[in-house]
Every structure is written in structure tokens, then in C-alpha cells.
Design a protein around this ligand. Sequence first.
Ligand code: F6P
Length: 464
Amino acid sequence: MTVVVVSNRVVSPKPNAPIEGGLAGALLPAVRDAGAIWVGASDRLSSGKDPLIEIEPLGEGAIARVDMPAEFYERYYEGYSNAVLWPAFHSRTDLIRSSQTDYTAYREVNAFMARSLLRFTHSGSAYWVHDYHFLLLADELRKLGITRPIGFFLHTPFPSRNIMLSVPQHDELVRAMLSYDLIGFQTEDDLTHFADYLKRELDLEGKDDTYVFEGRPVHLQAFPIGINVQDFAERATKASAQPEITRLRASIQGRKLAIGVDRLDYSKGLPNRIRAVDRMFEIAPEMRGSMHLLQIAVPSRTHIPAYQELKQEISQLVGDVNGRVGDVDWTPIRYLNRSYSQAALAGFYRVADVGLVTPLNDGMNLVAKEYVAAQNPLDPGVLVLSEFAGAARQLDSAVLVNPHDIEAVARGLIQALTMTIAERRERWNAMMAKMKDFALDAWFNDYVAVLMDCRKPARVVVTK
Ligand code: F6P
């Protein structure tokens, strides 16, 4: 049975282009191996009414890139998706910039994507929609007469009810989401927030996480996403010999290396991370001259003012620490504002003694999992991880920190940099064992199995 996977971002058609973000990186191997069709936005816009779609084979499956409507795309992506839903879902209500025009564009693009998907309506297919860009898509597909199973997976957190209420269109959005048969979340906390909204705002009571809305059952379930641990470990081992990695190793001259790799996004906690490194040099002056932080911050959503302001803030903070703490032969923070291939990143992770992953709020955070998978089993590095990343549920043997507590992050970093090899190995083994239980292919297959089950007659619940 063919699954049609839908997400706004798909991997770039350019060979060797860096993968942008966790969703695309995670879906690529899953779609390729499962023989699914992956539909998303192309990098072109179109002004015609009919969707223009370019299809290319992808492993066992295919990738279909749709030219999105020029009239609405910017307001849908930079406007409603990333200046209303993204900040709200990451509990940054102060950054919500809402306008009715943007919401209209969001609705138009969801309806347009639904029409584009008609191209893939052949018997036996189910749809699996990813992320907050397409909350309305199932509703639009149902309007077009689609009766096949339609699932949704949210890669970001789902906020508490109170925060969700700050989204002006929350009622319409959540009601439309209930046109999905299956709604997947990264964590039980996200599911609980959504269920709480259903109970208190829509007066819906669930049984075994299944709710009946307008006579149809909707099932909620947490499916924590993982990575292909073995593949990533092999990639890291192979990358070690690459010139870029050799240059990095040579340049640190035996000093310790901590690494951070993030999209340049306010949810990632970058200013606090820099402050924590600064604080560490105060409480452990012996670290001066003996460690570097390599912070890669990949440009993201660069037209949105909140992202532009964040970029300024980080540049200033880094400049301040380097200027004040650095020396003629030592720059404490190497700050790079660009993206790297997954192969290069795997190699960087293997060289680094510490992985610093300290988001203020994050659906899962696959960098944390990749950092662990990339380590040398004989001499593994230490992961310092925010307790507010979904990954902390599985990686509870990391050094867990509260990213709002600068002092705690600074001390966590010192603990990681000075940890004995015995403790490093013990923690690493525990994390690897957990990660193998949450592999990417199992995530994909488990979700699809539950989705396929959704519209079987036995599950249909009849209401009064
Ligand atoms: O869930 C959020 C997410 O889709 C991530 O998986 C990914 O890292 C990021 O957003 C990509 O954002 P964008 O498509 O806006 O670059």
C-alpha cells in the first residue's frame, strides 16, 4: 500500500545540498526505504491555478515537488506558519504576529496542497501529513471527497491549552485537525496538552486516546522520532578521514572541543548557551585557552524580523566573549553562520568532546541523537542536553540541564569536559541502547501501521 507523505519542506534537488532541518533529514531515508511518495514545496512559485508538479524517483519511492502559489506562499510560510504557529507552539507568544491576510493565505495554501494531492489518489493510498504548515490539510482533503486514512505528525511541541488560546484562530484550527484519523506527537506531554485542549475547549472526552468528533474517531498517540543509529555511526567513522575534519582536528591543537549545531532559531536557546560558556570561563578559569566552542548556526527564515534580531544578538554576544576572554592565539567561540553536509557534521560530532544541545523548547532535536550516534565507542564524548528537548525523554543519561539556568548549563559543561572515561562510556552505552529502541524505520512503520488501522470498520465508533 502506497503512503503519500506530505510536508512543506522536501530535500533539495541539488546534489549534495545540506539537509535543512530535522524533518527533511528524517523523512529522506524513511521515504526512500519504504517506497513512499513524498510531496512538498518546490523552490519555485507559480501563478497558475493548476498545480505544477515535478516527480523524481527516490529509492523505492518518489519525490514530488509542487510549485506553490506565488500569491499566497510568503504569507503562508513566513507569515502564518512561522510568525504565528511556530512561536505559539514554542511558547513564545510575545513573538506572535498575527494578521487575517496571513491566515487567509495559510488556508489557501492548504487548499491548494489538497488539490495537488488529487494527483496521487489511487486506490489503496493513505496520506501522512507532517507539521504545523498543514493543520488544515485533512479538512481540505475531506472536502474533496477523500475517504482514505489521513494521518498527521507534529514535529514541534504542542503548547499548553492556555498558550494555544493565544492563537486567534485556535478553535478553527483544532476543529480542522480533528479531520485527521491519527494525530501523532513527539512526546506524551504534547499529547496531554492537545487532549487537555479537547476536553476543556471542545468538551470532548477520549477513551484510550481516541476521541469522537462529528461522528468520527480521531486517535492521538506519541511516536518519538529517532535516527538510523548504525547508518549515522558509519557516516561519522567514514567522515573522520575527510580533509574538513582533519583540518578541524589539527586546528584545535589538543584542546577540548564542544560543539553546537542548530538552525538560527530563538527556540534553540543560543544566547543563553553563549552566556553559559562565558560564565563557565569565570567559574573555571583553567578552561581558558584549553577549550573551544564550535557553534554552527544555520541561517533560517531570514526575512522574519525575530530571526534577524536574534542573529544580531548572537553576533554581539559571541564578539563580546571572544573579545573579552580570548587571547592572541586562542578564540574561545568559533561561530559559523552557514550550513554543512550531514557527512561533515557527522565528522565534526565525532571530533567533539561535548555536544551542547540546549534548546528552550524543542519537539525532539535530532542533533542530540546524531551527536551520540557519531561517537567513538572507546572514547565517547558527552552530551549536555536541555530537559526541554523531546530527546531528553530517551536520552536521560545525558547531562540534563535547564537552559534558562545559565549557572547550571555552565556547570553541566564543566562536568562534561572533566568527566572520567568510565562515566562517559557508561552514559554513552545507556543512550545508545535507548536510541536503538527508537529507530527511524520503526517510527515510520509503527506510525503507518496505526494509520492503516484507523479506517478499518472495527474501529469506527458510532455516536448518539
Ligand atoms: O518541526 C520543525 C521543523 O520542521 C524541523 O523539523 C526543521 O528543523 C525545521 O522545522 C525546518 O524549518 P524550515 O522548513 O522553516 O526551514
